[in-house]
Write a new protein. Structure first.
Length: 392
């Protein structure tokens, strides 16, 4: 197929050279001393016969650029050859090839009209030259050549049009899929922004309250004031981290109406798993020493688990799902694996994977998803814990 495709592309790039090959073959064949079947003996080759064969064959070189004029030229040449008793079979083939080209390059009505006109012209010349009637086998076969040529050309044109429609539909479907993917990514970013907004607003409120407490007890209870200021520093550090993440994610997007429910957290993981376990066996395990995570990391981990369970329920219904959380010195590793049957458990569109990857990268983490060597599909996200690294 590779070699055939290269030949096809070369032919499409040099159509004139490709058309010159059959023209040269027909010209050489028209000079051979072969009598046409059913017709009179061919007269000895003359300069006029060579000239007619040369003009009729040379016109085929331009058949793709000027299909109707070429058909007219070769029809006149073939008719002249018939009347001059220089009727050579390849000349009739040149007319049939020109009629085929007209059928592939024009609409059906034009092709039928042009083919019928050429067939009537050559049929009349054959009747005069051979002295026979219209129903003579030689005349009937001559006319049928044009019918076959036009029918074949129209079939090729219809197939090309059908293939072009399919290619256009495929192109538009691909564009629609890309637009849908971009829309989903944009929506996911907006959801991230809303959640980050809630987190930042919460910590700003904490700063405000603790600063007020510190100002109130600064003179009478210095220890309490110091503790309040520690809370202010911790909340301010978290806000700065969230704002850096927020500015890296947003791209001048307009935010729709914000939800009123609180941001999700790994503390609600039991509720999430129970909601899916009703229709699918889900088990989750924990390793390492659990600790409070930055809000953005906490929300990202929860959403990645939620989307992974949704994909497992959609693409591997009924298959067992394992959720594993592993706390390390560097942060948190989330791994969700379903035990579906091979590729059937893999998400088809990949749009949910785009959102999960966006969430992991938004907090500086890494994301991987793909078939598991032992079967099923696995999603893994390595999420850093900047606060833990700083304290370490």
């Amino acid at each position: 197929m590779g070699r055939l495709e290269r030949w096809r592309r070369a032919a499409a790039a040099h159509p004139t050279v490709v058309d010159a090959l059959p023209a040269a073959v027909l010209f050489a064949a028209s000079l051979l001393p072969v009598n046409p079947p059913g017709g009179p003996a061919r007269a000895p080759l003359t300069a006029g016969a060579v000239l007619l064969a040369l003009v009729g064959s040379a016109a085929l070189v331009l058949r793709r650029r000027y299909p109707l004029p070429v058909l007219a030229v070769v029809s006149v040449v073939a008719a002249t050859a018939l009347l001059a008793q220089q009727a050579r079979g390849p000349l009739v083939l040149t007319v049939a090839l020109a009629a085929y080209t007209v059928a592939t390059r024009t609409d059906r009505r034009t092709a039928v009209a042009a083919g019928a006109a050429s067939a009537l012209l050559l049929g009349a010349c054959a009747v005069v030259a051979l002295g026979v009637g219209w129903l003579d086998p030689a005349v009937v076969v001559l006319v049928l050549w044009f019918g076959v040529a036009v029918a074949a050309g129209d079939a090729v044109r219809s197939r090309r049009a059908y293939v072009a429609v399919l290619e256009e539909r495929a192109r538009r479907a691909e564009q629609t899929r890309e637009a849908e993917a971009r829309r989903r990514v944009t929506e996911e970013r907006l959801r991230i922004a809303r959640e980050l907004h809630d987190v930042v607003a919460h910590h700003i409120a904490v700063i405000n309250v603790q600063a007020g407490v510190a100002g109130h007890v600064l003179r009478q209870q210095p220890d309490a004031a110091e503790e309040a200021l520690g809370h202010v520093r911790s909340a301010a550090r978290t806000v700065l981290d969230e704002m850096v993440t927020l500015l890296g994610v947003l791209r001048r997007q307009e935010e729709p109406e914000s939800p009123t429910e609180p941001a999700p957290s790994l503390t609600r993981l039991d509720t999430l798993v129970d909601g899916f376990a009703a229709g699918q066996p889900v088990r989750w395990t924990l390793s390492g020493q659990p600790r409070p995570l930055p809000s953005a990391v906490d929300v990202a981990a929860y959403r990645i688990i939620q989307e992974s369970l949704t994909n497992a329920h959609r693409h591997a219904p009924g298959a067992p799902v394992m959720v594993h959380l592993r706390y390390t010195a560097a942060g948190l590793t989330v791994e969700v694996r379903d035990q579906g049957a091979g590729a059937g458990s893999e998400p088809g569109t990949g749009l949910g994977l785009l959102g999960m990857r966006e969430r992991a990268e938004a907090v500086g983490g890494a994301f991987h998803a793909g078939p598991h060597p032992d079967g099923g599909f696995v999603v893994r996200a390595d999420l850093p814990d900047p606060q833990d690294e700083e304290n370490a």
